[in-house]
Design a protein around this ligand. Structure first.
Ligand code: C2E
Ligand code: CA
Ligand code: CA
Length: 744
């Protein structure tokens, strides 16, 4: 048919028609492609601009935790305490918030403290930044005047903390482009009040550099994003956007490689168009078909761009932008008198371990599996979003406290199941923060921030759990920060000590002790380790705290005859690369008999099949240490851990012991654990034994080793030595004649 048509007299007109159609389609395609590319760039620009303002606002709100604080009023305004300022303002802004600049202005707007990056004596270097901040300070002062005297204001607010007063913008300074914020120092509970109608002002700033940009680029999937001076040459094939200060002057130029859906479409369709052109007659017919297809593809690629802007590339889930948009609609619905909603912020517990051990492919695999599970837990009108590498967010509509509780529990339960990925079996685990929103006057970002604060609290409490947002969380953060600094000082001043709790064989024979750290605080008295150990774990202090206890326990063990000394090793310390070398150095320095030292680790450490954990445990064993698994039964107890890891002993957690005799399932669990330990030839000890009944039940189950108040509370090394010299110290506790003596 083709030849027939080619040879026919219609050849020329057909060719002409085809050629002109061909050219027309090419022009149309190019125009379409161009349009698609342009609108993709515009969309990415709008996206970036919004994201940038959002991030600036996030930054601007961060110093609130210290600016709205009675202590800040007391130490900055009532009288100025430079040392306090350095450890609570300077350290917090630079160490915790990662900001580059912190300046305190007194009530006359004169700078009295300045920290630039890590330099706390930088008053002379911040002149240009302060000049740039002057209009912001003016805004803050104007708002301060409008607010009126703080005492009247706070009593009018019924004791509620006042609203934060701050002003923010970006500016060009001789430190480079700066995101600057001025925040008024105000009391939160009115325990200290500013001396005059003008309080101190905190000026904070962050240099807008490539790191700052990378956060944004990752969030909004901008490729090859770079930051340069506004006068810098434009990069070919890049989209560009100027960052401007409040007067519209460009302070920096951001460039990135935009998505080019149109160009992509041209690349795919051009060869087809040319083939069609040479194929004359068929061309004419094909043209229309192709043209239609190309248009359809264009429409599809436009839709893809929109989808990309609002969705995560790996999972196809909504991203942060879309979640915040949905939060805004949900707030509108609350305003229209509908039911409230819940926001959940979720973090996978062992994502980075899995990523480090098995690589990107495995962690992508994990994310896909996890989000399928999470999606099943959500209702049809809920939104599940991926917010970062291993962060997810959920908007639960028509929520109540009960429904949000149930969802959070379900997520934790799902993430605790073992997951089969191509690289093997992994346990991911997750931690969740929850907040219920019933107040339509919040904004979308604030809803998310509350869920994040709750998430932080849950993480501090120990992961694989969830926590509700409570309004005092900002205050909590401050308390933790204070405790961290107190603890740092306590470590330096020698306010910590170590107590030892007896471990006893069934017959009453003292055979070992557990070393437990003690902190006698000059003001607060005894601070429980359950409060300050997690604070140390969150910071760099865990290393010095852990080494302090180890050193003391090693030294003391030399005075404790043949007693075995157990020392708790926190997972955060265990994972430090210097842990093993430092420990080995301490062994040779103190000359301790390693065979008598038992290291207590928790099950959390064994999750995720981490090869380096296995290696460290093997190295510790090779050095001669014994390994005990603490709090057994509370975590993710899995038989496979006990077989795979080199462990000598398990400690049955106190929660099972306290229910012995009261809850039949506690008896069953204890029996099962003891049998299991026997089968695997592991030692087993019960901790938290307080009563004679518990001791008898344990003996019946076959658990011979016991630690608990029944035999002794934690005590000084000297008191333990005294016990060693007393014959049958536990006769009374046993309620019978001791048949054994302390053997040393
Ligand atoms: P843990 O390792 O499970 O330690 C046992 C805790 O139970 C100790 O609390 C001990 O005083 C308490 N206890 C012992 N027998 C009984 C009993 O019969 N009844 C009751 N109600 N409690 C009993 P402590 O000293 O407050 O320590 C709490 C936790 O803090 C420890 O739990 C451990 O996780 C951590 N910790 C303590 N010292 C250190 C340390 O030096 N390093 C590290 N990393 N963590 C430590
Ligand atoms: Ca322990
Ligand atoms: Ca324990």
């Amino acid at each position: 048919m083709r030849n027939k048509l080619l040879d026919s007299g219609q050849k020329w007109p057909l060719t002409l028609v085809s050629a002109s159609l061909g050219i027309g389609v090419i022009i149309a395609l190019m125009a379409f492609a161009n349009m698609a590319d342009r609108s993709a760039v515009e969309r990415e620009q709008a996206l970036f601009q919004n994201g940038f303002s959002g991030l600036l606002d996030e930054h601007a709100r961060r110093p609130t935790a210290v600016a709205l604080w009675d202590e800040a009023v007391r130490n900055l305004d009532v009288s100025f305490d430079p040392e306090w300022t350095e450890s609570n303002i300077g350290e917090y802004l630079s160490g915790v918030l990662d900001l580059d600049l912190a300046v305190v202005l007194d009530r006359t707007d004169a700078p009295i403290y300045a920290k630039l990056q890590d330099d706390p004596g930088a008053l002379s270097k911040v002149g240009s930044a302060l000049a740039a901040a002057a209009p912001l300070v003016e805004n803050v002062r104007a708002a301060e005047r409008r607010r009126g005297p703080i005492a009247d204001h706070m009593s009018a607010m019924d004791g509620q903390p006042p609203k934060v007063i701050y002003s923010t913008s970006i500016s060009q300074t001789d430190l480079g482009p700066l995101a600057l914020t001025a925040t008024l120092v105000q009391p939160d509970f009115g325990l200290a009040l500013p001396q005059t109608s003008r309080s101190a002002v905190l000026v904070s700033g962050e240099i807008i550099d490539q790191d700052f940009l990378t956060v944004l680029a990752d969030r909004y999937l901008l490729r090859e994003a770079t930051l340069s001076a506004p006068t810098e040459a434009r990069l070919p094939g890049h989209a560009a956007l100027f960052l401007r200060d409040s007067s519209g002057r460009a302070v920096a130029l951001v460039q990135w490689r935009p998505q080019r859906p149109g160009a992509e479409m041209l690349r795919l369709s051009m060869p087809l168009v040319f083939i069609a052109l040479t194929a004359l007659i068929i061309l004419a017919m094909r043209y229309q078909g192709k043209g239609r297809q190309a248009t359809e593809r264009l429409v599809a690629s436009e839709a893809r761009v929109t989808h990309l802007a609002y969705h995560d590339a790996l999972t196809g889930l909504p991203n942060r932008l879309l979640l915040v948009e949905r939060l805004r609609s949900a707030l509108d619905a609350v305003r229209a008198d509908q039911q409230g909603f819940a926001v959940l912020s979720i973090d996978l517990d062992r994502f980075s371990e899995i990523n480090d051990s098995f690589g990107q492919q495995a962690s992508d695999d994990l994310i896909l599996k996890v989000c399928r599970l999470f999606a099943e837990a959500c209702g049809p009108s809920d939104t599940l979003a991926r917010l970062g590498k291993d962060e997810f967010g959920i908007l639960q509509t028509n929520a109540t406290r009960e429904s949000a509780d149930a969802l959070a529990m379900r997520l934790i339960q799902l993430a605790n199941e073992p997951l089969e990925i191509a690289a093997g079996r992994v346990f991911s685990g997750c931690t969740v923060g929850v907040t219920l929103i019933e107040d339509a006057n919040l904004d979308g970002l604030e809803c998310l921030r509350r869920a994040d604060l709750a998430l932080n609290r849950a993480k501090t409490a120990g992961r694989a759990q969830y926590a509700w947002f409570v309004p005092d969380m900002d205050a909590n953060l401050r308390q933790r920060l204070e405790m961290r600094e107190d603890l740092r000082a306590a470590l330096a001043n020698g306010d910590l000590s170590v107590a030892y709790q007896p471990q006893v064989h069934h017959g009453g024979e003292l055979y070992g002790v557990e070393a437990l750290v003690r902190w006698n605080h000059s003001v607060r008295g005894q601070v429980p380790p359950a409060l300050f150990v997690p604070v140390a774990e969150e910071s760099d202090l865990i290393d010095s705290l852990g080494m302090f206890v180890l050193r003391r326990a090693f030294e003391d063990s030399k005075q404790l005859g043949n007693l075995r000394v157990a020392v708790n090793i926190s997972a955060a310390q265990f994972r430090l690369s210097e842990f093993l070398p430092n420990l080995a150095a301490l062994v040779s320095e103190t000359g301790v008999d390693v065979e008598r030292i038992e290291l207590e680790i928790t099950e959390g450490l064994l999750l995720g099949d981490d090869r380096s954990t296995l290696q460290t445990l093997a190295d510790l064993r090779a050095l001669g240490f014994r390994i005990a698994l603490d709090d057994f039964g509370t975590g993710y107890s899995s038989l496979s851990y006990l077989q795979r890891y080199p462990i000598d002993k398990i400690k049955i957690d106190r929660s099972f012991i306290s229910n012995l005799g009261a809850d039949p399932s506690a008896d069953a669990v204890v029996n099962a654990i003891v049998r299991l330990a026997r089968a695997l030839r592991l030692d087993v000890i019960a901790e938290g034994v307080e009563t004679e009944i518990q001791r008898i039940r344990l003996a019946a189950a076959g658990c011979d080793d016991i630690q608990g108040y029944l035999f002794g509370k934690p005590m000084s090394a000297q008191a333990i030595r005294h016990l060693l010299n007393t014959s049958s110290p536990f006769t009374e506790a046993l309620g019978q004649k001791a048949k054994h003596r302390v053997v040393v």
